[in-house]
Design a protein around this ligand. Structure first.
Ligand SMILES: Cc1cc2nc3c(=O)[nH]c(=O)nc-3n(C[C@H](O)[C@H](O)[C@H](O)COP(=O)(O)OP(=O)(O)OC[C@H]3O[C@@H](n4cnc5c(N)ncnc54)[C@H](O)[C@@H]3O)c2cc1C
Length: 457
């Protein structure tokens, strides 16, 4: 139980309505998209880094754990306040501080919503690379903490490729600045990349300098269907082996196609076993030339049909099929385990064939789709009941999938992170000595382990 004196301290420190301690008020700050829910005893808001510094210094003195929260859209419990943590919500730290077109960067507070930033940048005909599907709701702070990205990561990268510098507050309340405001720089250790993707365990991000890029003025969208998964994965490999890097390259398997057909009747012919949605971007005067080159590469492999979207409606129709997958998974009801593994794309065929065998072996329906150009596949194990999801059979099935991914030189998470949900599997990928080193690094940033304790590593 959090002592009343702590709540009184926070109430004196922060502006009115920046401290919640009623259970009803705190309820919505206890869960994320992992569906885990722990109601915190206290939720704090801050709109200034000095407030955060005072909060951390007080929590350090009084051994109070802090869970930093963006908008709680994470998939692995990262912002769920376990271990009697208070929640520090950064949703009010939502200012875009500066957009510097000449030097190609912008400076933002962590609570800025990704989409809001993209809207402001678009006015200047620029954008920030990372585009997670949650971009309408998720914050830049959450995106950086989880290294979150979306379909265009294949060409424009993840936050790790798109950040110049950061400002953060450590677990003892010191304010640190990392990185540069230049496009080159090699002074000191690269703490910016260390912090990015560290899931809030090293510090509380208070400001970020983001690398921005000019928008291309033309995009072409193509849907390719296949009679087998192997034909699709070979085409993905062929596309990644030629010089025109796709803007987006999304894959869906046969089970995904069946699912799409249940809610978007006859979008695909029933004989289709997989599909790719491909986009390329470029300057208007060159885009058709680029498209022709890419189509030539596709035609070198086996395919069923190639559809080039000619207008806005057709583009929307093609994307609406891909985007209907997550809602469709929700609509069919039941329970799922949703993983986001990655393999080198030359191992995609092997991965997808083996997943089909694992699905048969454990009698569990598996639906696969995702950002194929990065080899990042969302593997969804579907169950009718909660009990079915929690059987030894499903656990063994998941273990076998993870072992397969690691054998194929892959990684257990491309974008969701470890959080709480995947912590039990981290030792499969990272050896003990390396984990010890990582924990020692955390100790330097957060000696009392008060920032997101017991998560990630
Ligand atoms: C519908 C949907 C679609 C999604 N699509 C994608 C996708 O395409 N790609 C993808 O990568 N992810 C996706 N996600 C996952 C999620 O949206 C991302 O992880 C997102 O970046 C989380 O942002 P958030 O603001 O909600 O952060 P939260 O969920 O609140 O927090 C996530 C983690 O970041 C930490 N954190 C937050 N702010 C800070 C800060 N200022 N300083 C330090 N640590 C901080 C938290 O402690 C927590 O560990 C999706 C989620 C949903 C619900």
């Amino acid at each position: 139980m959090l002592h009343k004196k702590h709540i009184n301290f926070f109430k004196k420190l922060l502006p009115e309505n920046f401290v919640f301690s009623e259970r009803g008020d705190c309820w919505a700050y206890g869960y994320d998209n992992s569906k885990m829910h722990v109601v915190p005893e206290c939720v704090l808001f801050a709109n200034d880094k000095l407030q955060i510094q005072s909060i951390v210094k007080y929590c350090f003195e009084n051994n109070i754990p802090i869970t930093t929260r963006g908008r709680g859209t994470g998939n692995t419990g990262g912002s769920v306040p376990i271990d009697k943590s208070i929640v520090l919500s950064l949703e009010k730290m939502n200012k875009i501080l500066n957009i510097d077109i000449k030097n190609r960067f912008c400076e933002v507070q962590p609570g800025v919503i990704n989409k809001e930033l993209q809207k402001e940048l678009k006015k200047e005909n620029f954008f920030w690379g990372p585009d997670p599907s949650s971009q309408d709701y998720s914050t830049i702070g959450g995106n950086i903490a989880n290294n979150s990205a979306g379909p265009r990561a294949i060409k424009y990268g993840t936050p790790r490729d798109n950040i110049l510098g950061l400002e953060f507050i450590s677990g003892i309340g010191e304010i640190y600045k990392t990185g540069v405001k230049t496009s080159k720089g090699v002074v000191g250790l690269d703490l910016t990349r260390l912090f990015t993707g560290s899931e809030g365990i090293l510090g509380i991000l208070t400001e970020a300098t983001l690398k921005i890029l000019p928008c291309n003025n033309a995009i072409k969208t193509v849907e390719i269907t296949f009679d087998s998964v192997a034909d699709a994965s070979q085409t993905i490999i062929n596309l990644m082996s030629q010089p025109i890097t796709p803007y987006k390259l999304e894959f869906i398997d046969g089970e995904s196609i069946k699912l799409i057909n249940t809610i978007k009747t006859d979008h695909y012919d029933t004989s289709i076993k997989s599909a790719i949605l491909l986009e390329i971007d470029g300057e208007l005067e060159y885009i058709d030339l680029m498209l022709n080159k890419v189509i030539k590469v596709i035609k070198e492999g086996n395919f069923n049909n190639i559809k080039i979207a000619d207008n806005k409606d057709e583009i929307e129709k093609l994307w609406s099929a891909r985007k209907s997958l997550s809602p469709a998974l929700r609509e069919i009801g039941g329970y799922k385990i949703n993983e986001d593994i990655v393999v080198p794309i030359s191992n995609l065929t092997n991965l997808l064939n083996s997943l089909e065998e694992i699905s048969k072996k454990y009698n569990i329906k598996i639906v696969n789709f995702g950002h194929a150009g990065n080899g990042n596949i969302h593997v969804n194990l579907l169950f009718k009941t909660k009990e079915e999801k929690e059987t030894d059979n499903s656990k063994k099935c998941l273990e076998e999938i993870f072992d397969l991914v690691l054998r194929l030189n892959g990684t257990l998470s491309g974008e969701h992170g470890i959080g709480i949900i995947k912590k039990q599997y981290i030792e499969k990928e990272i050896n003990k000595d390396t984990l010890v080193l990582m924990k020692k690094i955390k100790e330097q940033f957060d000696p009392k382990n008060i920032l997101n304790p017991n998560k990630s590593i």
